[in-house]
Design a binder for this molecule. Structure first.
Ligand code: GLN
Length: 197
């Protein structure tokens, strides 16, 4: 397959469920690769920031002088943040406030649905073609505000759970843990340039 047909997508592999993302990306038609240092961003067509613990990822990024390089990459290339990754992407993080990349015009509230025990699997309508979408929430954040340039593709209790702002995608749930590959396929298409704006 040519490079255009199979985009090379990195997965930030510091902590969290990056292996499940790599698998999901491969199933969605991409060539995944794990990224642990700034140099590994070179040549990628896109990047996934996985779920896990945003505070831990943030500490690592700051300690390894990786924050700025990541921000620069994500300003110009497709990026998809899921759960903790969506927290990293947001313009503003609440409860508690923490530093973020500021690439998604959204305000995100951490652990908004309660503790680990309150994690759940929901099925909801989505504007993605193909019918309702399963969404796995694990100590999930809630997107409480989005800017005018942000499109919401699915909701939970009236709050967006899947959003897109140009080349930036974010989900407050874990699409990599469901069998449905529509969400990853959408990102792979953006990275392949098919849907890039
Ligand atoms: N609660 C985590 C955080 O605040 C996110 C949980 C997840 O990614 N599943 O970073």
């Amino acid at each position: 397959m040519s490079k255009a047909a199979k985009p090379c997508i990195g997965v930030l592999a510091i902590q969290g469920d990056y292996a499940a993302h790599a698998q999901a990306l491969a199933e969605a038609g991409a060539e995944p690769c794990e990224v642990r240092q700034p140099e590994e961003l070179a040549g990628l067509d896109g990047l996934v920031l996985p779920g896990g613990e945003s505070t831990t990822m943030l500490k690592f990024l700051e300690k390894r002088h990786f924050f700025k390089a990541l921000q620069d990459f994500c300003r110009t290339m497709p990026v998809f943040g899921t759960c903790a990754g969506s927290i990293l992407l947001a313009r503003e993080v609440r409860s508690p406030a923490q530093r973020s990349l500021g690439l998604l015009d959204a305000v995100v509230e951490r652990n908004a649905y309660g503790r680990q025990i309150d994690s759940s699997i929901e099925t909801a309508e989505t504007s993605l073609p193909g019918g309702p979408l399963e969404m796995v929430f694990i100590r999930a954040p809630r997107i409480v505000e989005i800017g005018p340039g942000v499109e919401a593709l699915a909701y939970r209790e009236g709050y967006p759970t899947l959003v897109r702002q140009g080349m930036v995608m974010a989900a407050t749930f874990h699409p990599e843990l469901s069998a449905d590959r529509r969400v990853h396929r959408m990102f792979v298409e953006i990275a392949a340039g098919i849907r890039a704006v």
